[in-house]
Design a binder for this molecule. Structure first.
Ligand SMILES: Cc1cc2nc3c(=O)[nH]c(=O)nc-3n(C[C@H](O)[C@H](O)[C@H](O)COP(=O)(O)OP(=O)(O)OC[C@H]3O[C@@H](n4cnc5c(N)ncnc54)[C@H](O)[C@@H]3O)c2cc1C
Ligand code: FES
Length: 274
């Protein structure tokens, strides 16, 4: 029988970590060992997390495929289903279907300078990518990780980012500093003055459409080609598998063709940066 892509598999919450106000990292393990072992994905893909009686929502996978213990999902409490999830404890049952979407093709980044640009919650799929890139560090030239959050308290994955400093250039910025903040203050665009990359560099970015507009200007100023700039987009989704049309963006389905697009593929589409 063909696999039913709408069918969620039972899974359990195995840890909950407070990351920032209203943001938690959930460790999720499938209840069926065979499903757990055979579940595979690439960085940049997403799953649907469901709660009986509440509904479901798409969420990026923040862990790396090599981390077999559990899936890690970074979730912001914004609405009906995420709100219900935040009321649960370790051991509670959830449903997971997926993985969906294309994810990042890491081979296209090999041998080049790489600039990863994350805004706020956009760091969720990029953490998975960064982990993958740093496992294969020697296959890349310079690597820069640029990340902006509203305040120091809103910075996510602080421990990971601290560890990445040993292997790549890390530049952080906030809009509203506190007395402990020692790094940059200002929009993410103010970090670009600190980096030097080759014109053949590749960039990967995830954040709000407003951030994309400004980041694209900086990446073009560095001389990057549109085909070497990858954006991970977010759209409201229902099915995740190209059936409902909720996620369409011009002629593209963000759930099927994306969520990762080269800018050259979508730049003629006026909806992309809305
Ligand atoms: C590919 C992808 C990856 C994602 N990854 C993550 C992730 O890693 N972490 C994360 O926290 N979130 C992620 N999201 C976003 C997440 O799916 C949404 O925040 C989701 O809506 C939360 O579900 P909810 O039921 O709790 O919120 P909802 O009740 O759906 O509300 C969410 C927000 O949308 C507004 N809203 C509700 N209905 C509508 C509507 N019809 N039109 C416009 N606005 C509406 C609400 O006011 C609220 O601000 C991702 C989304 C996509 C598409
Ligand atoms: S979410 Fe249904 S078509 Fe993309």
């Amino acid at each position: 029988m063909p696999k039913n892509l709408y069918y969620p598999n039972k899974a359990k919450i195995i840890f909950i970590e407070e990351q920032a106000p209203g943001m938690r990292l959930f460790g999720i393990r499938f209840s069926d060992k065979n499903i757990h072992q055979s579940f595979n994905f690439v960085p940049g893909q997403f799953v649907f997390l469901s709660l009986l009686g509440h509904g479901e929502f798409p969420v990026s996978i923040s862990s790396h495929p090599n981390e077999k213990d559990c899936l890690e999902l970074l979730i912001r409490n914004v609405g009906a289903v995420t709100g219900a999830l935040f009321g649960l404890n370790v051991g509670a049952e959830v449903g997971i279907r997926g993985p969906f979407g294309n994810g990042f093709d890491i081979r296209k980044l090999y041998g080049k300078d790489l600039v990863v640009v994350a805004g706020g919650c956009g760091v969720a799929p990029l953490r998975s990518l960064m982990k993958g890139v740093l496992i294969e560090r020697k296959k890349f030239n310079k690597i820069y990780f640029l990340y902006g959050a509203r305040t120091p308290k809103d910075m996510l994955f602080k421990k990971d980012i601290q560890a990445w400093r040993k292997q790549c250039g890390v530049y952080l910025t906030v809009d509203e500093p506190d007395s402990s903040w020692k790094e940059n203050v200002g929009l993410i665009t103010t970090l670009f003055g600190s980096i030097r990359v080759d014109k053949a560099a590749v960039a990967v970015t995830c954040g709000s459409p407003a951030m994309f507009k400004f980041v694209l200007v900086e990446l073009k100023a560095l001389g990057l080609k549109d085909s070497n700039i990858y954006l991970s987009l977010e759209r409201r989704m229902k099915c995740g598998i190209g059936k409902c049309q909720h996620c369409t963006c011009g002629d593209k389905y963000v759930c099927l063709d994306g969520p990762v697009f080269a800018f050259s593929e979508i730049k003629e589409n006026p909806e992309v940066l809305l």
